[in-house]
Design a protein around this ligand. Structure first.
Ligand code: G3H
Ligand code: 13P
Ligand code: ZN
Length: 306
């Protein structure tokens, strides 16, 4: 089977990116796998520290193994936003394909030292490592930064050289969660281009790239929800990052949470007498699958890349 490095290298030559889709339930994991299989696309199944704790490592490893083995498309298990050496080591030891060490809140030298320590350990076992430089604003449980600190291109070059990291998450104006912008979405493509000049053909990662579909938010609000003022990165902008830049991986979590919630709420509203969670969770699962298929075909261009 082709490994993760194969796809990252391919993304540098072709206009496509890997989707890293977060899951914290079996339904969402199954939705991602089914979408990848239907579109013959590789996909990264990502687990944050808090999702790992929520599901439990035995549940994650057993189900990820089963789903990876039965899925006809390649799936890679990734630790998202690991904040310490210990959690990254644990993920490597458990058998993750890839880990992210997110030491971006630390001063540059400390970020370098911690990222290098994770790389030294993970590379020894053939595990891919993503680092982060700059800070991506927004809140999602464990992952919190109040303001953007855009990635410094020269520092990015030094960081990659010193740490030997395999890919780098950059801060160019995206943010985590559903409330990314007050007005129009904006990305600092000028900074991205400068980073690319310093790091030619090096795989970069875009976090916080959910588009927060107005249609799905409307479904949530029409079915008892109350999500006001949500705004994501326009899909056109995210597409430009994939097609014209070295963005090799795009992280999507919020869009899946919104799709699942829309599916559950509309099912419960439609059948108020129902209390069998398999029905409404399945509806959530189907809506997540639709979103993942859409991302693969329209944003990531990773269809038939398996
Ligand atoms: O980037 C952060 C991810 O969306 C994970 O968020 O810690 O709420 O699972 P979480
Ligand atoms: P969103 O909140 O935009 O989906 O970003 C998810 C993410 O970056 C996970 O690491
Ligand atoms: Zn993230």
């Amino acid at each position: 089977m082709k490994d993760l490095m194969f796809y990252y290298k391919k993304s540098m030559r072709k206009n496509f990116a890997l989707g890293a889709f977060n899951f914290s339930s079996l339904e969402v994991l199954k939705a991602i796998a089914s979408a990848a299989e239907k579109t013959s696309s590789p996909a990264i199944i990502a687990v944050s520290e808090s999702a790992l704790e929520y599901m439990g490592e035995n549940f994650v490893m057993a189900n990820a193994k089963l789903v990876k083995e039965s899925c006809k498309a390649p799936l890679f298990l990734h630790l998202d936003h690991g904040k310490s050496f210990e959690i990254c080591k644990k993920a490597v030891d458990l058998g993750f394909d890839s880990v992210m060490i997110d030491a971006s809140a630390l001063p540059f030298e400390e970020n370098v030292a911690l990222t290098k320590k994770v790389c030294d350990y993970a590379h020894e076992k053939g595990v891919f490592v993503e680092g982060e430089l700059g800070q991506i604003a927004g809140i999602e449980d464990n992952t919190f930064a109040k303001n953007h600190i855009f990635t410094d291109p020269q520092k990015a070059k030094e960081f990659v050289k010193m740490t030997k990291v395999d890919s780098l998450a950059v801060a160019i104006g995206t943010s985590h969660g559903a409330y990314k912008y007050k007005g129009e979405s904006r990305l600092r493509f000028d900074i991205l281009s400068e980073i690319e000049k310093k790091l030619p053909r090096f795989p970069l990662v875009l976090h916080g790239a959910s588009s927060v579909s107005e249609k799905l938010v409307k479904i949530i609000n029409e079915n008892g929800g109350k999500i006001d003022g949500a705004k994501g990165v326009s899909e056109e902008l995210a597409k430009m990052a994939v097609q014209m830049h070295n963005i090799a991986k795009i992280n999507i979590d919020t869009d899946l949470r919104i799709a699942f919630t829309a599916g559950v709420r509309s099912s419960l509203k439609e059948r108020p007498e129902n209390f069998d969670q398999r029905t409404y969770c399945l509806n959530g699962q189907k809506m997540v699958e639709e979103v993942v298929v859409h991302k693969i075909k329209n944003l990531l261009n990773s269809e038939k890349m398996a």
